[in-house]
Ligand binder design. Sequence first.
Ligand SMILES: [Zn+2]
Ligand SMILES: [Zn+2]
Length: 363
Amino acid sequence: MPSLLSFTPRGIYCEQADVFIDPWKGVDRAIITHAHSDHARGGSKHYLAHPITKQLMHARIGKDLSIDTLWPGQVGTINGVKFSLHPAGHIPGSMQVRVEHKGEVWVASGDHKRHADGISEPFEPVKCHTYITECTFGLPIYKWKEPTVIFNEIDAWWRKNAADGVCSVISAYSLGKAQRLMTGVDTSIGPILVHGAVANMNTVLQECGLNLPAWEQITPATPKERFRNALVITPGSAIGTPWTTKMKPYSSAMASGWMQLRGWRRRGNLDSGFVLSDHADWDALLLAVKETGAERIIATHGYTDLFSQYLRSMGYNATAESTEFGGEDGVEKAKEDNVQFSMVNPRSSTPTPEDHPNGTKTL
Ligand SMILES: [Zn+2]
Ligand SMILES: [Zn+2]
């Protein structure tokens, strides 16, 4: 009997149901863990995703995608295989995928994190026999401080800049990190001004019901004085381009797990760095593994070899698989934030609470 999920050149595959999870090539049917571009790609015929992910995919990839939805805990059955989504805590709408067939249970974590971020449904451990986990930060050097500590650092930087009449420009991924920053900082310091890529994601998420503090999109008409005590949130690729010229004088920073690495300042040409990640750190990865109760662990994107090696030393049956995920928390993928998003009005199809039964659904 083939294993319930397998790794193929197109992605993580469930042969029994003919469904892929976060495929990196076009397929007939795909289940999507979350809307970051390394996990949610265009080119497939049918998708299944959380309702927020659906709206984000329509905005980021195209409004004509065929996307069916599942709410967390709701079970969808395809050819006898049961699929359900469970919060991953990574970004709004991010889910782990639980797959069950004839008593065998697998969970694919997608990207996940443990710290509450105020915008994502909190991570939920799910029992399984085999657990496919990300390990973007799967090295013991990655240990996150409490987010409140980091936000105090960010506020202190912004407050000092504002007092000096210096604009604070912070680089953050447009989906997830940007909104987490907006909700975490002390908005009494000054206005929050955002890049168009961030504005697009804010709009979709607000239409999905997310509460965000006041923000303004930066336009050519934004007066120069408006920047003096402002926090500008932007994809990193825009910093240092003509787009930031009228913000001068400004101080630049980045909020990312990679800021824990030495050398970020040189590589990123930044004035400050804040270690704020939307991925699990070393301890949280290990805790997640433990809580699943799984005897078999498959490590994907990140330090897969080292992480699986460590798990084997702990007695787990652990292996590494290569995938085409990864990078959205770092500088590598910052460029893609500059792509133009095709905007749709998601309100027409935004789900209402009545669409949220804990029932089952045949797909
Ligand atoms: Zn992600
Ligand atoms: Zn990822």
